[in-house]
Design a protein. Structure first.
Length: 195
């Protein structure tokens, strides 16, 4: 892993694989380690993966002030620019999906394909579910179905044991929550991309 300065933060990132660039944006609190090894190993033969920690998560700098989801999209675009990558596929999950939506709206010239996973549009059409597991550390029921947990508990617990020290906590987590509340693409005109 390496660090690169983008705006007012130092972003922790990792590049793996070969092929078209694929920027992978992680969700609330989590770090690039939370993608897990198996998923990354499946993608790496097909894409140049750009994994990174959002501000206030992992080994990326903690922010000194509040910010919004658009600022986090600026971080992602700035990372690509700092790495001399003109255009990439962008894959975001959860809060990363919100960041990816804002990236697509603000930086369409840098976007090849947009891939969204378990995310939301914000505004009037979205409602947060129970995320208390994020605060109390009971993450498995928040992230996986009971059936999947039952059949993979040891592997999942090992992954979380490795990754949870890099999750956002305290004021850093609070700033990410506040940023997440600013996300709203509900009334945004349709994004038109041409290839």
């Amino acid at each position: 892993m390496s660090k690169i300065t983008v705006g007012d933060i130092d972003i922790n990132y990792k590049i793996q694989g070969g092929g078209s660039p694929l920027l992978m944006i992680m969700g609330l609190s989590f770090s690039l380690l939370d993608w897990g090894k198996q998923f990354i190993d499946l993608l790496a033969p097909h894409y140049q993966l750009i994994l990174f920690d959002n501000r206030d998560a992992g080994l990326t700098s903690q922010s000194t002030s509040s910010y919004d989801i658009v600022n986090m999209a600026d971080d992602a675009a700035g990372l690509l620019e700092a790495l001399n990558i003109n255009k990439a596929h962008v894959f975001g999950v959860s809060m990363g999906g919100a960041i990816a939506q804002q990236f697509a709206l603000k930086y369409p010239e840098k976007l090849d394909k947009l891939i969204l996973g378990c995310t939301f549009a914000g505004g009037e059409c979205s409602q947060f579910g129970d995320i208390s597991g994020l605060i109390n550390g009971d993450l498995l029921p928040l992230l996986f179905t009971p059936f999947f947990i039952q059949n993979n508990r040891q592997e999942l617990e090992s992954l979380l044991e490795e990754t949870s020290p890099f999750h956002s906590q305290g004021e850093a987590l609070q700033r990410q929550f506040q940023a997440l509340a600013t996300h709203n693409t509900y009334d945004t005109p349709t994004l038109k991309l041409t290839h």
